[in-house]
Design a protein around this ligand. Sequence first.
Ligand code: BTN
Length: 249
Amino acid sequence: MHCLDTPFELIRLEETDSTSSHLRMLCETDDMKEFTVVTADYQTAGRGQRGNSWEAEKGKNLLFSLLLVPDFLQANRQFILSQIIALGIKEELDRYADGFSIKWPNDIYWKERKICGMLIENDLTGQSISRCIAGIGININQTVFHSPAPNPVSLAQITGKEHDRHLVLRNILQRIRQYYKEVQERKSTDIPARYYEALFRKNTFAGYRDKSGRFIAKIVRIEPSGLLILQREDGTEHAYAFKEISYEL
Ligand code: BTN
């Protein structure tokens, strides 16, 4: 176990099935501290959204899972966790290049290509969130992609040079922690506004697909619950939960 000069407990593994599964297993056998982070150079069974797998070349990218214990948050506010994690990552990436955005609910894109995906797993106890395991994959130094994932891109491809993965990780964790403190201290916050400002395809009509087929719409707002509100060309508004809609890329 190595500690960075941050309040994070960093557990660095060469290989594991999935950093999120590993962290969950640790939580079940031990009393883990909030802000424990598990990173791995390689995952044999990396998990993505919608039951997909997450592939990453050994030693090239950031694969990590962060433990939060946001028991001060009501279950109906869980989307704020997605917002602060996505913002922390996007704002760190902004230091390296222009063109990053957050694709609702929590992918990070560079132009029309995906650089980062996350899988946020919240455990609820009664009305509160007793545990959040945020699993994050960011393409840093990989330059050849084989998986069928749509349009992957890495930071190295964008900037034309390799980056120190662990430096990027440390900065991201500090940013997330800062936002988390803001939420914890219940300060009035501009997090939802910053999130909206950072959105992919904000203010533009584009193609989407729901269970009835393809349509054109634009994002008009995101509800605090995380629902995406789209306005169609006829002016009608429609609300979508994650998995009820996909973007046409
Ligand atoms: C997505 O499908 O976009 C989400 C991908 C999440 C991948 C990360 S990699 C680290 C962590 N461990 C996993 O098994 N999945 C997440």
